[in-house]
Design a protein around this ligand. Structure first.
Ligand code: AP5
Length: 218
């Protein structure tokens, strides 16, 4: 299964990608995670990306597209993958299509997480991530057993730099201006499926499982 998860910041793409990858043995490719790793390692791409990410702006297409196409070519993605946070512009969508055509691995489906602004704000302001293993928590929705400590590995939980209220507002604006038109783009390609991002993690998984079954993907 080859999927793109599309939706506003905080829609739950990363969380649901984790669930789907575990259930269907897919590879999770998140441009946000790749960029944060590059920033942490102080790579030339990371240094360039950092100032955009801190403001909630999109990192230039050539940096992000370069990272993801390299990953697609290098990793064994034949068993299937989930792209989370990519593409985010029409240009990125076209670069992706060309790269996947070259690999003869076209997309099966784009799932759009339709999510209310109230949900987005609550989720992003309460998100906490494990510094060691990257597991995602939420202070009230998906709280860790012990405050500030990862259930999976005991690592320290932290709040992302761009999860401050001002930056969140800009990220939502950037999404509305630069990314939301991909909904129409993929609708025209007849591979778009819509699901409510407001649902709980398990409810959303049940809806997606049903969609995959109906589409013959599982
Ligand atoms: P990125 O990391 O991709 O951020 P994003 O798209 O803003 O998405 P988020 O990670 O904020 O949210 P999510 O939908 O994954 O939600 P999550 O599952 O964590 O990108 C960061 C930055 O990198 C961008 O701003 C940009 O600068 C740059 N960038 C990345 N990709 C780029 C690209 N292609 N082009 C250019 N620049 C790019 O969940 C959020 C919270 O809600 C968590 O606390 C979670 O526990 C909770 N939660 C999740 N699902 C549920 C649920 N169903 N019910 C209850 N709580 C839930």
């Amino acid at each position: 299964m080859r999927l793109v998860l599309l939706g506003p910041p905080g829609a739950g793409k990363g969380t649901q990608a984790g669930v789907l990858c575990k259930n269907y043995s897919l590879m999770h490719l998140s441009t946000g995670d790749l960029l944060r790793e590059a920033v942490k390692n102080n790579t030339p791409e990371g240094v360039q990306a950092n100032s955009y990410m801190d403001k909630g702006e999109l990192v230039p297409d050539e940096i992000v597209a370069g990272m993801i196409t390299e990953k697609l070519k290098k990793e064994d993605v034949n068993a299937g993958f989930i792209l989370d946070g990519f593409p985010r512009t029409k240009n990125q969508a076209e670069i992706l299509e060309a790269a996947l055509n070259e690999l003869r691995l076209p997309l099966d489906m784009v799932v759009y997480f339709d999510t209310s602004e109230e949900t987005i704000l609550k989720r992003l302001t309460g998100r906490r991530i494990c510094r060691a293993c990257g597991k995602i928590f939420h202070i009230t929705n998906i709280p860790p057993k012990k405050e500030g400590v990862c259930d999976a590995c005991g690592g320290e939980l932290y709040q992302r730099n761009d999860d401050k209220e001002e930056t969140i507002k800009n990220r939502i604006e950037v999404y509305n201006k630069q990314t939301s038109n991909l909904i129409d783009y993929y609708q025209q390609k007849k591979i778009l499926n819509k699901a409510s991002g407001d649902l709980g993690v398990d409810e959303l998984f049940a809806v997606l499982k049903n969609t995959f079954e109906r589409s013959g993907l599982i």
